[in-house]
Design a protein around this ligand. Structure first.
Ligand SMILES: NC(=O)c1ccc[n+]([C@@H]2O[C@H](COP(=O)([O-])OP(=O)(O)OC[C@H]3O[C@@H](n4cnc5c(N)ncnc54)[C@H](O)[C@@H]3O)[C@@H](O)[C@H]2O)c1
Ligand SMILES: N[C@H](CO)Cc1c[nH]c[nH+]1
Ligand SMILES: [Zn+2]
Length: 433
C-alpha cells in the first residue's frame, strides 16, 4: 500500500506540512554539498586522475586512462546505424519537432537611430562552447540529448561537448544515436558532480566550456550551482516534479499513471495531485494502489510518492490555483474542461500541460517544447531551457558628433555628482559648445 500524504488544505497545520514537503532540498542538502565540494575541488586540482577515480567509485566503471573516457564519433555513427528503424525514426521526428519549436525562439540583434544620428542596440551572439549534461544513473535519456543539443545548434553554438554516465560500463545505444543525429562534437562517459566539474574547469581530456546546461539528480544540480560563476549554467533542473490539478472528471487511472510517470525518475522526484473533489482523490489513490504493482519501477515510484508525494484536497478552484503558485512545479497538468481560462492566474510553472488529453509524458519526448525545466520552486524565477540560453547579448552604442555634445553635458553633470573627475573630463572633451 502506498503511504502517500493525503492532506486537506483546510486542516490545522496544513501550511507547515506543505512547507516541510517543499523544503526537502534544503534539509537534505548538507551531506550532498560536502560530497560535491570535495569532488569538484579534486577534479579541479587533479584533472583526469580524479575523474577516473570517481567514475570507478560512483559509476562502477574502471578505466585506465583519460583517453578511454571519450566515445568516438565512429561509435556514435555505429549506434545510429544499428538501432531499430522505429527507434531511429522516433528520435528523428522528435529532433525535428524540437527544432521547429525552438527556431521560433531565436533572438536577433537590433538597433535604432536617434534624431541626431546616435545609434543604439544589442548584438546577439551564440556562445562559443557549451557542456550538455545528459543524465544516465537510474535511466537512460536519449530525449535529453535532443532537448539539450537542438537549441544549442539552433543558436549557432560552435562546440557541443556532451557528458553522460555509463554505470557499470553499460552504454545506451539510443543515447549515442541521438548524439549522432544532433551532431554533438564530443561525448565523454562521465556523470555526476565530476562531469560538471570537468566541464567547468577542464582536464587533460575534457575541454572547459563556457556554459553547462541540462538536467540531473541532486549531485548534478548541486555541482552546477557550485561552479556557477566560473561557467554559466542554465538553471537548477533537478529531480523531476509533477503537479496535476484535476476537477475530478478525468479517468483516475490516467491521473495515477501521470503521477507515476515523474515519480519513476528518481526516489527524490515529486508528484502531487490537487483536486477539490474528495471522492476523486480517493479514486486516484485506489488507482495508484491498483496500478503500482504493474510498474517495473515500482520501488522507485513508491519511495518517491511516500517520501515526497501528496494528494491535496482543496475547497475550490481558487484555492487550487493558490496551491499551484506556492508549489511552482516543474510540470503542471491542468486536467479540467477549460484549461485556457486558468492560464492568466498561473504565475509559476516550468511547463503547463492543458486539457485531459495532454499527458505530461508527451512533453518529455516529442511535443516540441523543452523538457529541461526548473525544479525545487525555481520556476518562480527560471524558464525552460531554450535558444536564449545559448545566446548572449552585447550592448551597442555609436554616438554621433551631435550626440556627443548632448550626452557629454549630461554625463559630465552626473560624473561631477559622483565625484569621478576623469569620467567628467572624458565626457566633456568631446563637447563642442
Ligand atoms: N528537471 C529536468 O528538466 C529533468 C529532466 C530529465 C531528468 N531529470 C532528473 O534527472 C535525474 C537523473 O538522475 P539519475 O540518477 O538517473 O542520473 P544522473 O546522471 O543525474 O546522476 C547519476 C550520477 O550521479 C552520481 N551519483 C549518484 N549517487 C551518488 C553518490 N551517492 N555520491 C556521489 N555521486 C553520486 C554519479 O556520478 C552518477 O554518475 C532524475 O532526478 C530525473 O528526475 C530532470
Ligand atoms: N520528465 C523529465 C523532466 O523532468 C524528462 C524526461 C526524459 N525522459 C523522460 N522524462
Ligand atoms: Zn519524465
Amino acid at each position: 500500500m502506498l503511504n502517500i500524504r493525503r492532506l486537506s488544505a483546510n486542516a490545522a497545520g496544513f501550511r507547515e506540512e506543505l512547507d516541510q514537503l517543499l523544503a526537502w532540498e534544503t534539509v537534505s542538502n548538507q551531506s550532498v554539498n560536502d560530497i560535491v565540494n570535495e569532488v569538484c575541488a579534486r577534479v579541479r586540482q587533479e584533472g583526469d586522475a580524479a575523474l577516473l577515480e570517481y567514475t570507478a567509485k560512483f559509476d562502477r566503471l574502471e578505466l585506465k586512462s583519460g583517453a578511454e573516457l571519450e566515445i568516438s564519433k565512429d561509435r556514435l555513427q555505429q549506434a545510429l546505424q544499428n538501432i531499430p528503424a522505429a527507434q531511429r525514426e522516433a528520435l528523428e521526428i522528435s529532433a525535428q519537432r524540437v527544432r521547429d519549436y525552438h527556431e521560433r525562439q531565436v533572438q536577433d540583434s537590433w538597433t535604432y537611430e536617434e534624431a541626431d544620428g546616435t545609434m543604439l542596440g544589442q548584438q546577439v551572439t551564440p556562445l562559443d562552447s557549451v557542456g550538455l549534461y545528459v543524465p544516465g544513473g537510474k535511466a537512460a535519456y536519449p530525449s535529453s540529448v535532443i532537448m539539450n543539443a537542438i537549441p544549442a545548434k539552433v543558436a549557432g553554438v560552435e562546440k557541443l561537448i556532451m557528458v553522460v554516465p555509463t554505470p557499470d560500463g553499460e552504454v545506451n545505444e539510443m543515447v549515442l544515436a541521438a548524439a549522432a543525429i544532433c551532431e554533438v562534437d564530443a561525448v565523454f562517459t562521465l556523470g555526476g558532480a565530476q562531469a560538471v566539474a570537468a566541464l567547468a574547469y577542464g582536464t587533460e581530456t575534457v575541454p572547459a566550456v563556457d556554459k553547462i546546461v541540462g538536467p540531473g539528480n541532486i549531485f548534478v544540480a548541486t555541482a552546477k550551482r557550485l561552479v556557477f560563476g566560473t561557467v554559466g549554467i542554465d538553471m537548477i533542473a533537478g529531480p523531476s516534479e509533477i503537479l496535476v490539478y484535476c476537477d475530478g472528471k478525468t479517468n483516475p487511472d490516467w491521473i495515477a499513471v501521470d503521477l507515476f510517470s515523474q515519480a519513476e525518475h528518481d526516489e527524490d522526484a515529486q508528484a502531487i495531485l490537487v483536486t477539490q473533489d474528495a471522492d476523486f482523490a480517493a479514486q486516484v489513490y485506489d488507482s495508484m494502489n491498483k496500478l503500482l504493482p504493474t510498474m517495473p519501477r515500482k520501488e522507485i515510484i513508491q519511495k518517491a510518492l511516500d517520501d515526497r508525494g501528496a494528494i491535496i484536497v482543496v475547497d475550490n478552484e481558487d484555492q487550487a490555483i493558490e496551491m499551484i503558485n506556492i508549489i511552482a512545479p516543474e510540470h503542471l497538468e491542468l486536467s479540467v474542461d477549460d484549461p485556457k481560462a486558468l492560464l492568466p492566474k498561473i504565475r509559476h510553472a516550468g511547463a503547463i500541460f492543458m486539457g485531459r488529453y495532454t499527458a505530461e509524458a508527451l512533453g518529455d519526448y516529442c511535443a516540441g517544447p523543452n523538457h529541461v525545466l526548473p525544479t525545487s520552486r525555481t520556476a518562480r524565477f527560471s524558464s525552460p531551457l531554450g535558444v536564449y540560453d545559448f545566446q548572449k547579448r552585447s550592448s551597442l552604442i555609436m554616438v554621433s558628433e551631435d550626440g556627443a555634445n548632448t550626452l557629454g553635458k549630461i554625463a559630465g553633470e552626473l560624473a561631477d555628482g559622483e565625484g569621478l573627475q576623469a569620467h567628467a573630463a572624458s565626457a566633456r572633451y568631446r563637447v563642442k559648445d
